[in-house]
Design a protein. Structure first.
Length: 368
């Protein structure tokens, strides 16, 4: 059994107000007889001949909730429902006293409409004769709050796809949509004058004036919708730009911090006597390029003295790296040590003569 209707103050599709009690719902379930009229399952609320995708053999009521049993469901339509293309149902009733009502003193189910998509392409469907559009039939579709919630949900999903979730949160927060859905779930709430239009007036055959929804009103409504859409797009674009600006600032702060760290490192080498002050800028730029190549120039120097950073680095390394010799061998021009000198004395002598570190001198004089 599937719930198709609930008691309460309801607004029909034509804007009329109805107060349907629990007793009315109970009575509608009790008098329902497929032999008098078996309600078809249809798509939307057709006014003329339309195919039936299934039938309602039985109704039941419980505490103001009207449920229906669905039978003889078309396979293609059932698959469409399972796929989520038809998520809402809407009940249509003959009210008491209607000339076509098979039980004149009670509400009687006319059909159950599924809402949400086009009819599936299926064959062999049974047709149901509705005849011409019947006046006085009341159809209860999704409440205006529910429609509004669905429209805003679609707008939010579009914003997420176009501009990202941060922009969508700024323009159409999810909690606001949930609030509208909660209002739709409360049948006791009075109609919202903003979301529910007044029911159209009965046309006078002798009056040839335009209906309340004139062309001017339609144009104004379309213009308002366009303005709202353009504002949402502008807000989303602004949010996207602000987010990009924030990300760019954060990335620059990280680069600046990295540059300061590299500069401090090179300055430390200068103070220790391990790097010439003239070579400090090159070392800093090489370190910056290694960490942020897309934001560091690949040339070193200015004007005619500028050269590729790789060339400058190779020249620097060739100038500062000492000649590496196997242990115990001395480079050409090295000192001749006196016989009997200790390893320590030989290292001190070589250090003084060539201006190298004690560690390097000790390595080169280890086996001399």
């Amino acid at each position: 059994m599937f719930e198709i209707f609930r008691s309460g103050k309801r607004t029909s599709a034509d804007g009329s107000q109805w107060n349907i009690t629990d007793a009315d719902v109970q009575r509608a379930a009790e008098v329902y007889d497929p032999k008098l009229h078996e309600a078809p399952i249809v798509i939307g609320h057709p006014a003329m001949n339309a195919p039936a995708y299934g039938w309602v053999p039985k109704l039941a009521a419980d505490g103001g909730s009207l449920t229906a049993e669905f039978a003889q469901m078309d396979d293609g339509f059932a698959e469409a429902v399972r796929a989520g293309r038809y998520k809402k149902v809407s009940a249509s009733f003959w009210p008491p006293g209607h000339p076509n009502n098979p039980v004149p003193d009670s509400y009687y189910l006319r059909h159950v409409g599924f809402l949400g998509a086009h009819a599936p392409a299926v064959k062999g469907l049974r047709a149901i004769e509705f005849g011409e559009a019947e006046e006085g039939v009341i159809e209860f579709s999704e409440a205006a709050h529910g429609i509004a919630a669905r429209l805003w949900r679609n707008m939010r999903e579009w914003l997420i796809a176009q501009f990202g979730q941060d922009a969508a949160n700024k323009v159409v927060p999810d909690w606001e949509i949930e609030g509208i859905k909660e209002m739709a779930a409360r049948p006791d709430l009075p109609p919202d004058p903003v979301l529910f239009a007044d029911p159209p007036s009965t046309p006078n055959p002798t009056d040839h004036k335009e209906s309340p929804m004139s062309e001017q009103d339609q144009a104004a409504a379309l213009a308002a919708e366009k303005a709202a859409r353009e504002k949402a797009e502008a807000d989303a674009a602004q949010a996207k730009a602000e987010l990009k600006e924030l990300k760019d600032k954060k990335a620059k702060d990280l680069r600046d911090a990295s540059h300061r760290q590299n500069a401090d490192f090179a300055e430390g080498l200068v103070k220790e006597g391990r790097l010439k002050p003239a070579d400090k800028a090159l070392v800093v730029q090489v370190l910056d390029f290694a960490e942020h190549p897309e934001h560091t120039t690949a040339d070193f120097g200015e004007g005619e003295a500028a050269k590729p950073l790789g060339t400058a680095l190779r020249e620097f390394l060739a100038a500062v790296l000492p000649q590496q010799l196997p242990t115990g061998q001395m480079a050409k021009g090295s000192l001749n040590f006196a016989e009997g000198m200790s390893h320590h004395e030989r290292a001190l002598a070589l250090q003084k003569a060539e201006g190298i570190t004690y560690e390097e001198a000790a390595r080169r004089t280890a086996d001399v």
